[in-house]
Every structure is written in structure tokens, then in C-alpha cells.
Design a protein around this ligand. Structure first.
Ligand code: BGC
Length: 726
């Protein structure tokens, strides 16, 4: 018998044996501490009573959120199998977002690397570490496109571009799941989230309303989820927000018609934490019963952390509000996933205390984390300060000079203590007598005494390195900010340092594009390090001393001011574009007080070397639906050190049926060049890449003129044209 048929037979047989109660309980997911065998002891009666559920419901339940390590997970599963009548194992799910114990840079930083190979590797390592610790499914990748840096969860995304996000979505899924997650117990199933458009809350405020046209949704926001599913992601998590007025978790059009019917997804859908019950405050369900009905009808199989399903579905079936078949469908999908992951044969799967001890946070894993951290940092400015000279006396000042808060949000299993701090990294590069460290201030408070100490330290140095940024809780879930500048106390510290008239290099640790006024203009060099992860200090020191040349490019625009937000490179031209930039011209689309352009554009990033683009060519000035066009450029390293450059290809459809963005990223290549070396980079364009969603939602291209841009970022570069002939 074929493997698939055998799976179906076992699942069908189990379904036949299950009572309605047992089926419904499979649809519930609770945190690990609810379960017998969990290491957190103490009475859980309170939370159980809050949820209105019994111990029996927990014994029947289908999956667990969390579990800290192989020992706990094995013990939970063991106890569960003793009490579950049919011996159906639990699925163990957890948020392994950018590493398990070895913490990689946050996803926004990984996006800055434009290096999908390393991104995949980071997910593979995360999967290995998590799987030996007993995890079966990770709630990742998070692929929500975002254009608003006020939203705290920007650090969890790879930025503002649908194409780049799609490339990373695929890489993460490949890394988590490998070739075949079924056979590979060192991988975990991926759950792409948050479906859909969670990254576009109004005002950048978490959980807030999302409002956009279906065309915008399909063109910009959906492609990355689709890419993750095409790469084989096994699960989907719903979003907290509304999509066209209906919360995603109860949105039949989105979850059933689009995801299941149109895209053909037949895997498990899980709600986000409490999102089914949240249909009540959203105002589309009068009570828990109605919320449960809407969630299940929309095709949400598992309810995370609330109990509307387990408390209401039985009655809903009895009263004809929903059919038992709908429940069977969801249970079947959950059991199929358990079967796929081999849990019926081996309910502990990869969990292995000894391997966990050996593999997790290994030297090898940390080295990859370090490599990715160096590739993820973006050099934003450099006026002959970096790289530092090993003989220089350095004053390392600031709240991140010696700080373990460099892992970033969603690193619950990582250890801040074990993270390499910036001063520790620098100490490995220079004679420690040449390093003076002073905090200068805390993240958002400070004293005169702290400043005085910093001034004293800095006055004896040749160069000042300021390590500044946001506390990790200032971004991440519910970490939204309306003022996206550095806290005032840090801006004041920069001013104090500036008075010393010494060269200043600033290294930034933060979870979002910031308004960098008072930073970029004051410093001689700025390195955007984001949250680099466990190897932060080593990576930063490698970059500061030029052992690695920065090569990151921004995956999100840095606004000139928060008043511009949302500001993104692939915007429309408007009917009155501000072409002349003349203060005398009033009735054009512009601000009176600030430029339209962001402070730093998408795709921007400097290097310690310089690159020259030349001889950019297009193979033909016409393209047809059955031909292709080659665009080529030559790039030369014109500086003195080896470096990497991300060559970017953008296209503009000059006249469409629907207005087209002024530029759209269609390809990129990261090339390594030794000093003086020249390489040719080529891109192929076909008609398929020029298609977009028209007014009737058909996905086609428009004949006519196109402009192609090839260059180092979304603003600069050579322009060529061609015509599409259909
Ligand atoms: C987040 C999800 C996460 C879930 C489980 C929610 O609050 O929005 O991204 O996967 O919690 O931890």
C-alpha cells in the first residue's frame, strides 16, 4: 500500500473510534504548564477554571504550546499517552523565530543580509536545536509585509518588499523543514503566519484594524505567504486583525475560499493566541458559541489558548449550528499532520536529552550565527572612521557597551548572559588597555554622573564608539512606538560626546527603522546592527575592525520623520509628483516642512570598499510572452579591500491598466569581489514577471513601455527601457 493511503487508513480508523468529545478536544491548544509531566509545578486549577475546562479535556487535547527542553516534552508526552484513551500523541509547537538557544539576528536583520542561503542555514540550525529539545512545529516563518516602523513586530519580518519577503519565506521554510520533514526528525514543520496582512495595522498599532483593497492584498501582502506554502509549509496561523472588516480567524472568504479553495491548502490552520474568542470584542460574535462557529466555519482547525471550541462545538453540532463533518475535517487534518511527522510510531520524535546537551548552542552553530550577524549589519554612514585601527585607544560608551539585550524579541530560549557583549568582542581585537568602557546612560534614563564618567573616559581616547539603541521590549509584539527616535537621553549623550570633537562611530541595536535625526548627522560613522543575536559582540568587533566588510542593505526604508509613515520605495507616482523640488511650487504632492523621500532608502547600505557599475545593457528593446530579455551589468571593486555588493534590479511599468509602482524589485544578486576585481552580473526578465493584479483581479501584464533600473539601491542606478509586445 502507498504511504499516503496507509496514513489515510490509520487516520480514518482513529476518527471512527473517537467520540465527538475526543474529536473536539483535539482542536484545542494550551500552554505546556497545563499538562501533567510539565516541569513548572504548582496548581493550574485557576487557569483551567478560567477556561472552563476539565482535566479530561486536557487529557484529550491535541497539541501543546511550548515545552522547555527534551526532558519536559518527553515527560508531558509520556503522561499524556497514559491518559489519552486512544493513545493519540500530542503535537508540540513553539515559537522558534530566529533560533532556539543559538540566537541568530532578528528576521529584519536577516532580511538586511539579502542572503537566502545563510537564512536557510539559520532556520536549519534552529530546527535541529528545537527538534532535539522536543519541538515538532515552529510558529515561523512570520512573513507579514510591513511599511510602518512604528509597529513593534517589524523586527520579525524581512521588510517592505513582496519579492524579497517571498525569497526569505521560501528559504526559512526550506531550512525548517528540509527536503522532507516527514522523514527528518531533525527538522520541524513550519507554520507560516500571520494570515493575512497582520503587518499593516492602522497607525502602526498592534492588533489594530487593517484596511486595504483586495488588489493591494493580493499584490503586496499575499505573495510571501503563498511563497511559504509553495515551499511546503505545513501549517498556517491566522492574524489578529480584520481583513476587509472581518477578523481573519472568522473570515470565510480569506481562510476558506482563498486559502483552501483557491490555493488548495489542506494542512492545519491554527488561530493566533486567543484570536477566536477575540471575535467578541472585535464585534462579530455575540458570545463564545458564535465565535467558535465562525472560527470553525472559516476553517480554523486549532484554537490557541482559549476554549470556545471545547465549550461550544458539541452543542452547536447537537443543535445543527454546524455539522459533525466540519469537525471531522479539522480533526483529520490534525491527525494527518501527526501521522506525517511520524508521531504515532515515535511520539517523542527528535527529543533527546543527550543530543540536546551536545548540539544546542554548539561552537559550530554559534559560528554561523556570527557570520549571519556580520552579513546582517548595515553600514549607514562612514566618513573615514571605520574600520578602526587596532592601535587606536577606544572609548566604548553607551547602554549597549556591555549589555546582553542583543538577542531581540522572540528569543525565549536564548541566554542574554551567554550572549557576547560588545566590549567582550572588542577586547579580542585590541590590547585591553586601549579600551575604556562607560555606560553614559541607561536606555531611557540617565544621571549627570553617568555622563561625566563617559566624558572623562572619552576625553582620553582617539575614537569614540557609541553603542546605542532600543531595549528589546521596545519592539516585538505589542512593542509599538509613536516616536521612533532614540530615547532623548541617548540623543543627549551623543551631543555631549560631540563636544569632544573626536571621531564618533555609532553602533545601533534596535528592532525597527528609526528616525535617525540626531544620530546620522552627528556621527562620523553609523553601523545598524539591529539585534544581532548570541554572537553580537564578536560580529560587531569583526565589522568595526574590518575583519569582515559590511555588506547588508536595508530591507525597509528609514523615514525622514515619523510624519511620513508609511513611506516605502514601491509607491505610486501620484498625479502631481514633486519633480522640480521647488519651494515656489505649491500644488504638488509634498510636505511643506520635510522632503518626500525617506532619510535612507530601501536597498541602501555602504561598504569599506567602493563599487563601480559599468556597461549596463539590455539584450533587446522588445520582449514578447515567449521570449526573454537579459539585463547585464559589470561591477568592479574600486577600493582596497574585498567586499560584497548586492546588485539590484528594479522595473517600472510605465503605463498600466492600474497605476503601477515607481519601482518594483525583480531580482538581485550578492557578489563577492576582491580589490580591482570585475564581474558581470546578469538578470533574465520574462513577461511572467511583469504580471500584476488588474481591476478585475486577473493576473496579467500590459503591453507597452517598461523602464529597468540596475544599481546599488532603490534610488541610484542605470536606466534602460524596453517594450512588451503581447
Ligand atoms: C503571537 C504569535 C505567536 C503566538 C504563540 C501570539 O501572541 O502573535 O506570533 O506564535 O503568540 O506564542
Amino acid at each position: 500500500m502507498e504511504a499516503k493511503q496507509m496514513t489515510d487508513v490509520r487516520v480514518t480508523k482513529l476518527l471512527e473510534k473517537m467520540t465527538l468529545d475526543e474529536k473536539i478536544d483535539q482542536l484545542m491548544q494550551l500552554a505546556a504548564f497545563f499538562y501533567d509531566g510539565a516541569s513548572s509545578d504548582g496548581e493550574i486549577t485557576g487557569p483551567m477554571e478560567d477556561l472552563g475546562i476539565s482535566k479530561q479535556t486536557i487529557h484529550n487535547s491535541g497539541s501543546v504550546l511550548g515545552g522547555s527542553g527534551a526532558k519536559e516534552v518527553i515527560s508531558i508526552q509520556k503522561e499524556h499517552l497514559k491518559t489519552n484513551r486512544l493513545g493519540i500523541p500530542l503535537l508540540i509547537m513553539a515559537d522558534i523565530i530566529h533560533g532556539f538557544k543559538t540566537i541568530f539576528p532578528v528576521p529584519l536583520a536577516i532580511g538586511s543580509s539579502w542572503d537566502v542561503r545563510l537564512a536557510e542555514k539559520s532556520a536549519e540550525i534552529a530546527a535541529l536545536e528545537a527538534s532535539v529539545a522536543g519541538v515538532h512545529v515552529t510558529f515561523a516563518p512570520m512573513v507579514d509585509l510591513v511599511r510602518d516602523p512604528r509597529w513593534g513586530r517589524v523586527m520579525e519580518t524581512t521588510g517592505e518588499d513582496p519579492f524579497l519577503n517571498g525569497e526569505f519565506a521560501k528559504a526559512f521554510v526550506r531550512g525548517f523543514q528540509g527536503e522532507n520533514v516527514t522523514n527528518d526528525t531533525n527538522r520541524v514543520a513550519a507554520c507560516v503566519k500571520h494570515f493575512a496582512a497582520y503587518g499593516a495595522p492602522e497607525g502602526g498599532r498592534d492588533y489594530n484594524t487593517v484596511n486595504m483593497s483586495e488588489r493591494d492584498l493580493r499584490e503586496n501582502y499575499l505573495p510571501a505567504y503563498k511563497a511559504a506554502l509553495d515551499a511546503g509549509a505545513q501549517m498556517v496561523m491566522t492574524a489578529f486583525n480584520t481583513v476587509d472588516g472581518i477578523p481573519a480567524s472568522g473570515n470565510e472568504k480569506l481562510m476558506r475560499e482563498l486559502l483552501r479553495d483557491e490555493w488548495g491548502f489542506d494542512g492545519v490552520v491554527i488561530s493566533d493566541w486567543g484570536a477566536i474568542k477575540e471575535m467578541i470584542p472585535h464585534g462579530i460574535a455575540a458570545d463564545e458559541s458564535e465565535a467558535a462557529k465562525k472560527g470553525l466555519k472559516a476553517g480554523v482547525d486549532i484554537e490557541m489558548m482559549t476554549s470556545t471550541y471545547v465549550k461550544n462545538l458539541q452543542t452547536l453540532v447537537e443543535q445543527g449550528g454546524i455539522s459533525e463533518e466540519l469537525i471531522n475535517e479539522s480533526v483529520r487534518r490534525i491527525l494527518q499532520l501527526k501521522e506525517k511527522l511520524g508521531l504515532f510510531e515515535n511520539p517523542y520524535r527528535g527529543a533527546n536529552e543527550q543530543l540536546e546537551e551536545e548540539l544546542v548552542f554548539s561552537e559550530e552553530h554559534r559560528q554561523i550565527a556570527c557570520e549571519l550577524a556580520t552579513k546582517s549589519s548595515v553600514l549607514l554612514k562612514n566618513k573615514h572612521v571605520l574600520p578602526l585601527d587596532r592601535e587606536q585607544k577606544v572609548a566604548l560608551i553607551g547602554p549597549f557597551a556591555h549589555n546582553g539585550d542583543v538577542l531581540g524579541p522572540w528569543s525565549w530560549a536564548g541566554s542574554r548572559e551567554n550572549a557576547v557583549k560588545v566590549d567582550e568582542g572588542i577586547k579580542t581585537k585590541i590590547d585591553p588597555v586601549n579600551l575604556i568602557v562607560a555606560q553614559g546612560c541607561d536606555i531611557d534614563t540617565g544621571t549627570e554622573e553617568q555622563v561625566a564618567k563617559a566624558v572623562q573616559a572619552a576625553s582620553t581616547a582617539d575614537v569614540i564608539v557609541l553603542a546605542l539603541g532600543e531595549r528589546s521590549e521596545m519592539s516585538g509584539e505589542a512593542g509599538c512606538r509613536a516616536d521612533i527616535r532614540l530615547p532623548q537621553v541617548q540623543l543627549d549623550l551623543i551631543k555631549e560626546m560631540k563636544k569632544l570633537t573626536k571621531p564618533i562611530a555609532i553602533v545601533l541595536f534596535n528592532g525597527r527603522p528609526l528616525d535617525l535625526h540626531g544620530v546620522l548627522d552627528q556621527a562620523d560613522a553609523v553601523l545598524e546592527a539591529w539585534y544581532p543575536g548570541s554572537e553580537a559582540g564578536t560580529a560587531i568587533a569583526d565589522l568595526l575592525y574590518g575583519d569582515v566588510n559590511p555588506s547588508g542593505k536595508l530591507p525597509m526604508s528609514f523615514p525622514y520623520s515619523v510624519g511620513q509613515v508609511p513611506v516605502y520605495y514601491n509607491h505610486y507616482n501620484t498625479g502631481r509628483p514633486d519633480i522640480n523640488k521647488s519651494p515656489a511650487e505649491r500644488y504638488v504632492s509634498k510636505y511643506l516642512d520635510i522632503p518626500n523621500e525617506p532619510l535612507l532608502p530601501f536597498g541602501f547600505g555602504l561598504s569599506y570598499t567602493t563599487f563601480q557599475y559599468s556597461d549596463t545593457k539590455i539584450s533587446s528593446d522588445t520582449l514578447t510572452s515567449d521570449s526573454e530579455i537579459t539585463i547585464s551589468t559589470h561591477i568592479t571593486n574600486t577600493g582596497n579591500v574585498a567586499g560584497e555588493e548586492v546588485v539590484q534590479l528594479y522595473v517600472r511599468d510605465m503605463v498600466g491598466e492600474v497605476v503601477r509602482p515607481i519601482k518594483e524589485l525583480k531580482g538581485y544578486e550578492k557578489v563577492h569581489l576582491n580589490p580591482g576585481e570585475k564581474k558581470e552580473v546578469t538578470f533574465i526578465l520574462t513577461e511572467e514577471q511583469l504580471r500584476y493584479f488588474h481591476a478585475d483581479l486577473s493576473f496579467t501584464s500590459d503591453p507597452g513601455k517598461f523602464t529597468v533600473f540596475v544599481g546599488p539601491n532603490s534610488v541610484d542606478g542605470a536606466e534602460l527601457t524596453f517594450e512588451l509586445i503581447n
